[in-house]
Design a protein around this ligand. Structure first.
Ligand code: GBH
Length: 453
């Protein structure tokens, strides 16, 4: 316990939750009429997934969801962010909906509500229906329209029990890695011009999705995005560096959060892209920047450390020394202040009034101890340091309303397969047994006190 408990306190009513995504936990890929997604296809390509695995079974959450909701109840969370698998609802991506697919989410939502847990549904967490990829996927403008139709359909069906939605999870990740360097599904490496166009279609899908969710939802329906902001941190928190970091964050998110919240591509982005800039209309920009009810931020590693510079663009990026520390995933460099600066910069840059941390968490080399528990001291350290910075933001009046810890369970970590663990609960993939780690007790106590422990 910290010596001064009052300084460890989070605001009253702060929402604590956990987050997951469909393909990473559900399994049951051939059940109840689910169509194929690009990840089913991608996992079959040799060498794409580190351990040669796939999401066919994953955590078998499709069958074990009641048990998983019980884990949440034991933690004491008041909210849960999950994603809906588009190919369960529309096996072909569009056209005739599959009632059995949506029925799974009906059951899940009912179970959550029966346990007093408020559902937040993400409409797209990377599992694009393969049928849409066959027509070009995010390179095809029609995919944005298909997403909106699907989003509107889901909101129409669930709005009586689910008031909160996120459109797309991490446009930066699924477009840049899926279409830019081939690390994610569908495994393409497009030229810069085609890549920028795919990014544009994805932010357009977000805007059309917001409109569709509102049109089909109820008066209390609320919607935003869940984007992994690239956060520029001031190397030293001086006034000049802080201002430089704001400039840098705005530029580094130009084709994602910046255009979604400003309705324009920055001059720098367009100038640098030159002939490779995306084709768009003024109407597109208006749609993309349709006002949202809140902004969801996935916050992990610092995006960059910067200092002020007299030369344009006004900041210098400092390369990370090779000894800079990281968690189990090499990309997950540790920088607790990212969880302070990300929401603070977003509220300041774009006057955002309501922010959720839609993901934050850490990978660790978890090994069960003799009693079968996992003493993940490094994850606990990571969470404590990061959450202290979130508390700092909240104490300074940054409008952050809730936090979804990634993740409830160890799960299918995309191209890393099952070799990387992010869960509060250890999963034995042979038996599907879930065991709470030390980090689960840490989180449970923190939630109970609404304060750092
Ligand atoms: C989130 O991505 C995802 O939303 C979630 O599904 C995922 O499980 C979780 O975080 C943990 O990773 O292979 O070196 O090119 C976080 C942002 C962007 C981090 C892509 C990993 C790939 C690094 N991710 N990045 S690399």
């Amino acid at each position: 316990m910290l010596t001064n408990p009052s300084s460890a306190q989070f605001p009253e009513g702060f929402r604590w939750g956990t987050a997951t995504s469909a393909y990473q936990i559900e399994g049951a890929v051939d059940e109840d009429g689910r169509g194929a997604s690009i990840w089913d296809t991608f996992c079959k390509l040799p060498g794409k997934i580190r351990d040669g695995s796939n999401g066919d079974v994953a955590d078998d959450h499709y069958h074990l969801y009641k048990q998983d909701v019980a884990l949440m109840t034991a933690l004491g969370v008041s909210t849960y962010r999950f994603s809906i698998a588009w190919p369960r609802v529309f096996p072909e991506g569009r056209g005739t909906p599959n009632p059995k697919g949506l029925a799974f989410y009906d059951r899940l939502v009912d179970e959550l509500l029966a346990n007093g847990i408020k559902p937040f549904a993400t409409l797209y967490h990377w599992d694009l229906p393969q049928a849409l990829q066959d027509r070009g996927g995010w390179e095809h403008r029609d995919t944005a329209k298909a997403f909106a139709d699907y989003a509107g359909f889901v909101a129409g069906r669930l709005a009586d029990r689910v008031s909160d939605y996120f459109t797309l999870n991490e446009i930066r990740s699924f477009v840049d890695l899926g279409y830019g360097n081939g690390v994610f599904a569908p495994g393409l490496s497009l030229s810069p011009g085609r890549l920028n166009q795919a990014r544009h279609h994805a932010v357009l899908a977000h805007g059309l999705g917001v409109l569709a969710v509102r049109a089909n939802g109820r008066r209390n329906t609320r919607v935003g995005m869940a984007e992994n902001i690239t956060t520029a941190l001031p190397a030293i928190e001086s006034k000049k560096n802080i201002a430089a970091a704001h400039l840098a964050t705005r530029e580094m998110n130009a084709p994602y959060l910046t255009v979604m919240l400003e309705g324009r591509y920055t001059d720098n982005y367009l100038n640098q892209a030159g002939a490779d800039a995306p084709h768009f209309t003024a109407e597109d920009l208006k749609t993309i920047s349709t006002p949202v009810d809140y902004v969801g931020l996935n916050v992990y590693a610092p995006g960059a450390f910067v200092r002020a510079s007299d030369k344009p663009p006004g900041y210098t990026t400092i390369p990370l020394p090779s000894s800079y520390p990281h968690m189990q995933s090499p990309w997950l460099t540790i920088g607790a202040r990212t969880l302070y600066w990300a929401p603070r910069q977003v509220s300041k840059l774009w006057n955002v009034k309501e922010i959720y941390i839609t993901e934050n968490g850490a990978s660790a080399a978890d090994v069960p101890n003799e009693e079968g528990g996992v003493d993940d001291l490094d994850r606990v350290m990571f969470l404590r340091e990061y959450l202290d910075q979130l508390r700092r933001a909240a104490a300074e009046g940054v409008p952050v309303r809730g936090y979804f810890l990634w993740s409830l369970l160890d799960n299918f970590e995309w191209s890393e397969g099952y070799s990387i663990r992010f869960g509060l609960h250890y999963v034995d993939y042979k038996t599907q047994k879930r065991t709470p780690k030390l980090s689960a007790s840490f989180y449970k106590k923190l939630i109970a006190r609404n304060a750092l422990v």
